[in-house]
Design a protein around this ligand. Sequence first.
Ligand code: GN1
Ligand code: MG
Length: 368
Amino acid sequence: MEVTVIIMKEIFNIAKKFNLPAEPVSMQECTIGHINSTYFIDCENGERFVLQHINTNIFKDPDVLMNNIVGVTSHIRKKLEAEGKDPLRGTLKFYCSESGLYYYKDENGRCWRLYKYVGDVDCFLTADSTELLERVGWAFGHFQMQLADYDAGTLRETIPNFHNTVSRFNDFKIALEKDAVGRAASVPEDIKFVLDHAEVCSYIMDKIKEGDIPLRVTHNDTKLNNILMDHETGEPVCIIDLDTIMPGSVLFDFGDAIRFGASSALEDETDLSKVYMREEAFDAFAKGFVSGLEGSLSETEIMELPMGALIITLETGIRFLTDYLNGDVYFRVHHAEHNIDRARNQFALVRDMEKKMPIMREIVKKYI
Ligand code: GN1
Ligand code: MG
Protein backbone atom coordinates (compact mmCIF):
# COMPACT_ATOMS: atom_id res chain seq x y z
CA MET A 1 0.00 0.00 0.00
CA GLU A 2 1.21 3.51 -0.76
CA VAL A 3 2.28 5.63 2.21
CA THR A 4 -0.44 8.21 1.52
CA VAL A 5 -3.10 5.46 1.59
CA ILE A 6 -1.81 4.22 4.92
CA ILE A 7 -1.85 7.76 6.33
CA MET A 8 -5.36 8.30 4.99
CA LYS A 9 -6.62 5.10 6.62
CA GLU A 10 -5.00 6.08 9.90
CA ILE A 11 -6.50 9.57 9.76
CA PHE A 12 -9.95 8.17 8.92
CA ASN A 13 -9.75 5.75 11.86
CA ILE A 14 -8.95 8.62 14.18
CA ALA A 15 -11.75 10.77 12.76
CA LYS A 16 -14.20 7.91 13.31
CA LYS A 17 -13.49 8.08 17.06
CA PHE A 18 -15.59 11.27 17.03
CA ASN A 19 -18.80 9.48 15.90
CA LEU A 20 -18.90 10.98 12.43
CA PRO A 21 -22.40 11.06 10.88
CA ALA A 22 -21.14 9.13 7.80
CA GLU A 23 -18.11 7.29 6.43
CA PRO A 24 -15.10 9.49 5.66
CA VAL A 25 -14.27 9.28 1.95
CA SER A 26 -11.49 11.75 1.27
CA MET A 27 -8.91 13.80 3.06
CA GLN A 28 -6.73 16.81 2.37
CA GLU A 29 -3.89 18.14 4.47
CA CYS A 30 -3.82 21.87 5.26
CA THR A 31 -0.23 23.11 5.10
CA ILE A 32 -0.76 26.49 6.77
CA GLY A 33 0.09 26.88 10.48
CA HIS A 34 3.37 26.46 12.32
CA ILE A 35 2.16 24.40 15.29
CA ASN A 36 -0.65 21.84 14.86
CA SER A 37 -1.27 19.51 11.89
CA THR A 38 -4.64 19.97 10.21
CA TYR A 39 -6.66 17.72 7.88
CA PHE A 40 -9.95 18.33 6.07
CA ILE A 41 -12.12 15.21 6.07
CA ASP A 42 -15.01 14.76 3.66
CA CYS A 43 -17.78 12.31 4.56
CA GLU A 44 -20.02 10.30 2.29
CA ASN A 45 -23.04 12.46 3.16
CA GLY A 46 -21.27 15.62 1.94
CA GLU A 47 -20.38 16.96 5.39
CA ARG A 48 -16.83 18.20 5.95
CA PHE A 49 -14.88 18.21 9.21
CA VAL A 50 -11.52 19.47 10.38
CA LEU A 51 -9.32 17.04 12.26
CA GLN A 52 -6.32 18.45 14.08
CA HIS A 53 -3.38 16.80 15.70
CA ILE A 54 -2.74 18.94 18.80
CA ASN A 55 0.94 19.66 19.28
CA THR A 56 1.26 18.63 22.93
CA ASN A 57 4.95 19.61 23.06
CA ILE A 58 3.56 23.11 22.99
CA PHE A 59 0.05 22.74 24.44
CA LYS A 60 1.07 20.45 27.24
CA ASP A 61 -2.35 19.99 28.80
CA PRO A 62 -5.09 19.14 26.26
CA ASP A 63 -7.76 19.22 29.00
CA VAL A 64 -6.94 22.82 29.85
CA LEU A 65 -6.73 23.69 26.15
CA MET A 66 -10.08 22.19 25.22
CA ASN A 67 -11.84 23.48 28.35
CA ASN A 68 -10.88 27.01 27.38
CA ILE A 69 -11.98 26.54 23.78
CA VAL A 70 -15.27 24.79 24.51
CA GLY A 71 -16.09 27.36 27.20
CA VAL A 72 -15.44 30.28 24.89
CA THR A 73 -17.19 28.82 21.83
CA SER A 74 -20.26 27.91 23.95
CA HIS A 75 -20.39 31.47 25.26
CA ILE A 76 -20.23 32.91 21.73
CA ARG A 77 -22.76 30.32 20.47
CA LYS A 78 -25.34 31.47 23.06
CA LYS A 79 -24.87 35.07 21.99
CA LEU A 80 -25.27 34.20 18.32
CA GLU A 81 -28.43 32.21 19.05
CA ALA A 82 -29.90 35.11 21.04
CA GLU A 83 -29.15 37.40 18.07
CA GLY A 84 -30.84 34.97 15.65
CA LYS A 85 -27.54 34.25 13.88
CA ASP A 86 -26.29 30.88 12.66
CA PRO A 87 -24.04 29.51 15.43
CA LEU A 88 -22.59 26.90 13.08
CA ARG A 89 -21.05 29.69 11.03
CA GLY A 90 -20.28 32.24 13.73
CA THR A 91 -18.15 30.00 15.93
CA LEU A 92 -16.48 26.59 15.83
CA LYS A 93 -18.38 23.48 16.93
CA PHE A 94 -16.16 20.83 18.48
CA TYR A 95 -17.17 17.18 18.85
CA CYS A 96 -16.62 14.82 21.76
CA SER A 97 -14.69 11.65 21.05
CA GLU A 98 -15.85 8.21 22.21
CA SER A 99 -14.04 8.86 25.50
CA GLY A 100 -16.49 11.69 26.23
CA LEU A 101 -13.71 14.27 26.05
CA TYR A 102 -13.31 16.97 23.45
CA TYR A 103 -10.17 15.26 22.21
CA TYR A 104 -9.04 11.74 21.45
CA LYS A 105 -5.77 10.25 22.60
CA ASP A 106 -4.54 7.57 20.20
CA GLU A 107 -2.47 4.49 21.12
CA ASN A 108 0.73 6.47 20.47
CA GLY A 109 -0.34 9.13 22.96
CA ARG A 110 -1.07 11.71 20.27
CA CYS A 111 -4.05 14.00 20.91
CA TRP A 112 -6.59 14.89 18.24
CA ARG A 113 -9.68 17.10 18.05
CA LEU A 114 -12.44 17.50 15.50
CA TYR A 115 -14.69 20.37 14.53
CA LYS A 116 -17.22 21.11 11.84
CA TYR A 117 -15.81 22.80 8.76
CA VAL A 118 -17.25 26.24 8.06
CA GLY A 119 -18.00 26.37 4.34
CA ASP A 120 -18.31 29.05 1.63
CA VAL A 121 -15.57 31.14 3.13
CA ASP A 122 -12.23 32.62 2.13
CA CYS A 123 -9.15 32.74 4.27
CA PHE A 124 -6.42 35.22 3.28
CA LEU A 125 -2.66 35.26 3.76
CA THR A 126 -2.32 38.79 2.42
CA ALA A 127 -4.75 41.66 2.05
CA ASP A 128 -4.28 44.46 -0.47
CA SER A 129 -7.75 45.80 0.09
CA THR A 130 -8.08 48.31 2.91
CA GLU A 131 -11.81 47.54 2.96
CA LEU A 132 -11.02 43.92 3.80
CA LEU A 133 -8.60 44.97 6.53
CA GLU A 134 -11.15 47.28 8.10
CA ARG A 135 -13.60 44.36 8.26
CA VAL A 136 -10.95 42.07 9.73
CA GLY A 137 -10.08 44.73 12.30
CA TRP A 138 -13.73 45.09 13.21
CA ALA A 139 -14.09 41.32 13.58
CA PHE A 140 -11.12 40.96 15.95
CA GLY A 141 -12.39 43.93 17.98
CA HIS A 142 -15.90 42.45 18.01
CA PHE A 143 -14.51 39.09 19.12
CA GLN A 144 -13.13 40.77 22.24
CA MET A 145 -16.53 42.39 22.80
CA GLN A 146 -18.23 38.99 22.54
CA LEU A 147 -15.94 37.82 25.34
CA ALA A 148 -16.02 41.00 27.42
CA ASP A 149 -18.51 39.41 29.85
CA TYR A 150 -16.81 36.00 29.86
CA ASP A 151 -15.58 34.89 33.26
CA ALA A 152 -11.82 35.17 32.74
CA GLY A 153 -11.34 33.29 36.02
CA THR A 154 -12.41 30.07 34.26
CA LEU A 155 -9.71 30.46 31.60
CA ARG A 156 -6.35 28.84 32.24
CA GLU A 157 -3.12 29.88 30.54
CA THR A 158 -2.46 27.35 27.76
CA ILE A 159 1.08 28.69 27.29
CA PRO A 160 2.29 30.64 30.33
CA ASN A 161 3.83 34.06 29.57
CA PHE A 162 2.78 33.76 25.95
CA HIS A 163 3.00 37.49 25.19
CA ASN A 164 5.32 38.38 28.02
CA THR A 165 8.01 39.94 25.84
CA VAL A 166 10.42 40.17 28.78
CA SER A 167 10.24 36.44 29.33
CA ARG A 168 10.61 35.90 25.54
CA PHE A 169 13.77 38.03 25.72
CA ASN A 170 15.05 35.94 28.64
CA ASP A 171 14.39 32.73 26.68
CA PHE A 172 16.43 34.24 23.85
CA LYS A 173 19.33 34.98 26.24
CA ILE A 174 19.27 31.36 27.47
CA ALA A 175 19.24 30.05 23.89
CA LEU A 176 22.14 32.35 23.03
CA GLU A 177 24.17 31.17 25.99
CA LYS A 178 23.52 27.49 25.25
CA ASP A 179 23.99 27.86 21.52
CA ALA A 180 22.75 24.28 21.29
CA VAL A 181 23.41 23.78 17.58
CA GLY A 182 26.31 26.20 17.10
CA ARG A 183 24.40 28.77 15.04
CA ALA A 184 25.03 31.90 17.14
CA ALA A 185 28.32 32.86 15.46
CA SER A 186 26.62 32.98 12.07
CA VAL A 187 23.94 35.52 13.06
CA PRO A 188 25.76 38.31 15.00
CA GLU A 189 23.73 41.18 13.55
CA ASP A 190 20.41 39.63 14.42
CA ILE A 191 21.61 38.92 17.95
CA LYS A 192 22.79 42.50 18.29
CA PHE A 193 19.43 43.76 17.07
CA VAL A 194 17.67 41.93 19.88
CA LEU A 195 20.21 42.94 22.55
CA ASP A 196 19.88 46.58 21.45
CA HIS A 197 16.11 46.28 22.01
CA ALA A 198 16.32 44.77 25.49
CA GLU A 199 14.81 47.75 27.23
CA VAL A 200 11.76 48.20 25.06
CA CYS A 201 10.73 44.56 25.68
CA SER A 202 9.13 45.51 29.00
CA TYR A 203 6.98 48.28 27.47
CA ILE A 204 3.59 46.54 27.56
CA MET A 205 4.25 44.44 30.67
CA ASP A 206 5.13 47.60 32.62
CA LYS A 207 1.92 49.30 31.52
CA ILE A 208 -0.10 46.26 32.59
CA LYS A 209 1.67 46.14 35.97
CA GLU A 210 1.16 49.85 36.53
CA GLY A 211 -2.55 49.44 35.76
CA ASP A 212 -2.48 51.73 32.69
CA ILE A 213 -3.53 48.88 30.43
CA PRO A 214 -6.26 46.47 31.64
CA LEU A 215 -6.41 42.72 31.11
CA ARG A 216 -9.20 41.45 28.87
CA VAL A 217 -10.00 38.08 27.31
CA THR A 218 -7.87 38.10 24.18
CA HIS A 219 -7.24 35.79 21.23
CA ASN A 220 -3.46 36.27 21.13
CA ASP A 221 -2.88 34.85 17.64
CA THR A 222 -4.72 37.28 15.38
CA LYS A 223 -3.11 36.45 12.07
CA LEU A 224 -5.13 37.37 9.02
CA ASN A 225 -5.57 33.70 8.16
CA ASN A 226 -7.25 33.05 11.50
CA ILE A 227 -10.43 34.70 10.30
CA LEU A 228 -12.87 33.26 7.80
CA MET A 229 -14.66 35.67 5.45
CA ASP A 230 -17.90 34.91 3.63
CA HIS A 231 -17.11 34.01 0.03
CA GLU A 232 -20.20 35.81 -1.32
CA THR A 233 -20.45 38.93 0.81
CA GLY A 234 -16.86 39.33 2.01
CA GLU A 235 -18.19 39.78 5.56
CA PRO A 236 -16.29 38.26 8.50
CA VAL A 237 -17.85 34.94 9.51
CA CYS A 238 -15.81 33.19 12.17
CA ILE A 239 -12.59 33.53 14.13
CA ILE A 240 -10.56 30.34 14.34
CA ASP A 241 -7.37 29.04 16.01
CA LEU A 242 -8.59 29.50 19.55
CA ASP A 243 -5.67 27.76 21.28
CA THR A 244 -4.20 30.83 22.88
CA ILE A 245 -7.34 32.52 24.20
CA MET A 246 -6.24 33.79 27.60
CA PRO A 247 -6.36 36.95 29.64
CA GLY A 248 -4.19 39.50 27.85
CA SER A 249 -4.01 43.03 26.55
CA VAL A 250 -5.82 44.52 23.59
CA LEU A 251 -2.36 45.53 22.39
CA PHE A 252 -1.45 41.87 21.83
CA ASP A 253 -4.33 41.23 19.44
CA PHE A 254 -3.96 44.53 17.65
CA GLY A 255 -0.19 44.14 17.43
CA ASP A 256 -0.18 40.61 16.11
CA ALA A 257 -2.78 41.44 13.48
CA ILE A 258 -0.76 44.43 12.26
CA ARG A 259 2.56 42.59 12.13
CA PHE A 260 0.97 40.07 9.78
CA GLY A 261 -1.88 41.84 7.95
CA ALA A 262 -0.37 45.32 7.54
CA SER A 263 3.01 44.03 6.38
CA SER A 264 3.79 44.52 2.70
CA ALA A 265 5.11 40.95 2.47
CA LEU A 266 4.65 37.48 3.87
CA GLU A 267 6.31 36.59 7.16
CA ASP A 268 9.15 34.72 5.43
CA GLU A 269 9.91 37.07 2.54
CA THR A 270 13.71 37.20 2.28
CA ASP A 271 14.02 40.30 0.08
CA LEU A 272 13.90 42.74 2.95
CA SER A 273 13.54 45.73 0.64
CA LYS A 274 10.00 44.42 0.12
CA VAL A 275 9.19 44.36 3.84
CA TYR A 276 7.56 47.43 5.36
CA MET A 277 4.45 48.43 7.24
CA ARG A 278 1.70 49.72 4.99
CA GLU A 279 0.33 52.85 6.62
CA GLU A 280 -3.00 52.66 4.81
CA ALA A 281 -3.43 49.05 5.97
CA PHE A 282 -2.56 50.08 9.53
CA ASP A 283 -5.12 52.86 9.35
CA ALA A 284 -7.89 50.64 7.98
CA PHE A 285 -7.29 47.89 10.53
CA ALA A 286 -7.11 50.38 13.43
CA LYS A 287 -10.36 52.01 12.33
CA GLY A 288 -12.18 48.67 12.16
CA PHE A 289 -10.67 47.36 15.38
CA VAL A 290 -11.58 50.39 17.49
CA SER A 291 -15.12 50.43 16.08
CA GLY A 292 -15.49 46.67 16.78
CA LEU A 293 -14.72 47.42 20.41
CA GLU A 294 -17.68 49.81 20.53
CA GLY A 295 -16.11 52.59 22.58
CA SER A 296 -14.82 50.30 25.30
CA LEU A 297 -11.13 51.14 24.78
CA SER A 298 -9.54 53.76 26.99
CA GLU A 299 -7.64 56.66 25.45
CA THR A 300 -4.39 55.11 26.72
CA GLU A 301 -5.17 51.78 25.06
CA ILE A 302 -5.87 53.50 21.74
CA MET A 303 -2.76 55.65 21.93
CA GLU A 304 -0.61 52.61 22.75
CA LEU A 305 -1.86 50.53 19.80
CA PRO A 306 1.15 51.52 17.63
CA MET A 307 3.57 50.38 20.35
CA GLY A 308 1.55 47.15 20.60
CA ALA A 309 2.26 46.54 16.91
CA LEU A 310 5.97 47.24 17.34
CA ILE A 311 6.41 45.12 20.47
CA ILE A 312 4.53 42.08 19.16
CA THR A 313 6.51 42.22 15.90
CA LEU A 314 9.75 42.44 17.87
CA GLU A 315 8.59 39.61 20.15
CA THR A 316 7.73 37.36 17.19
CA GLY A 317 11.13 38.07 15.65
CA ILE A 318 12.80 37.21 18.96
CA ARG A 319 10.82 33.94 19.10
CA PHE A 320 11.91 32.98 15.55
CA LEU A 321 15.55 33.80 16.33
CA THR A 322 15.38 31.89 19.63
CA ASP A 323 14.02 28.86 17.82
CA TYR A 324 16.76 29.14 15.20
CA LEU A 325 19.37 29.12 17.98
CA ASN A 326 17.63 26.17 19.67
CA GLY A 327 17.72 24.13 16.45
CA ASP A 328 14.13 24.62 15.17
CA VAL A 329 12.30 22.81 17.94
CA TYR A 330 9.14 24.97 18.14
CA PHE A 331 7.93 26.39 14.81
CA ARG A 332 7.46 24.09 11.84
CA VAL A 333 10.15 24.97 9.29
CA HIS A 334 10.27 24.10 5.61
CA HIS A 335 14.03 24.59 5.21
CA ALA A 336 17.08 25.06 7.44
CA GLU A 337 17.14 28.87 7.26
CA HIS A 338 13.40 29.34 7.64
CA ASN A 339 13.43 30.63 11.21
CA ILE A 340 16.30 33.06 10.64
CA ASP A 341 14.59 34.32 7.47
CA ARG A 342 11.42 34.89 9.46
CA ALA A 343 13.31 36.64 12.28
CA ARG A 344 15.06 39.03 9.84
CA ASN A 345 11.76 39.76 8.17
CA GLN A 346 10.18 40.69 11.51
CA PHE A 347 13.17 42.85 12.47
CA ALA A 348 12.92 44.70 9.14
CA LEU A 349 9.30 45.41 9.99
CA VAL A 350 10.26 46.65 13.46
CA ARG A 351 12.79 49.07 11.93
CA ASP A 352 10.13 50.43 9.63
CA MET A 353 7.62 50.76 12.48
CA GLU A 354 10.21 52.65 14.53
CA LYS A 355 10.51 55.15 11.69
CA LYS A 356 6.76 55.37 11.24
CA MET A 357 5.83 55.61 14.93
CA PRO A 358 4.82 59.32 14.73
CA ILE A 359 2.60 58.59 11.72
CA MET A 360 1.01 55.60 13.46
CA ARG A 361 0.30 57.74 16.53
CA GLU A 362 -1.37 60.39 14.37
CA ILE A 363 -3.52 57.69 12.79
CA VAL A 364 -4.83 56.18 16.05
CA LYS A 365 -5.49 59.65 17.50
CA LYS A 366 -8.28 59.98 14.91
CA TYR A 367 -10.10 57.04 16.50
CA ILE A 368 -10.18 58.21 20.14
C1 GN1 B 1 2.21 30.36 15.45
O1 GN1 B 1 -0.76 28.72 14.92
P1 GN1 B 1 0.08 29.55 14.03
O2 GN1 B 1 1.02 28.79 13.23
O3 GN1 B 1 -0.76 30.50 13.26
C2 GN1 B 1 2.34 30.83 16.89
C3 GN1 B 1 2.05 32.32 16.96
C4 GN1 B 1 3.00 33.09 16.05
C5 GN1 B 1 2.87 32.54 14.64
C6 GN1 B 1 3.87 33.17 13.74
C7 GN1 B 1 0.88 28.78 19.65
O4 GN1 B 1 0.90 30.53 15.01
O5 GN1 B 1 2.23 32.77 18.28
O6 GN1 B 1 2.69 34.46 16.05
O7 GN1 B 1 3.07 31.11 14.61
N1 GN1 B 1 1.43 30.09 17.73
C8 GN1 B 1 1.87 29.54 18.89
O8 GN1 B 1 3.46 32.99 12.43
O9 GN1 B 1 3.02 29.67 19.29
MG1 MG C 1 -2.07 29.47 16.22
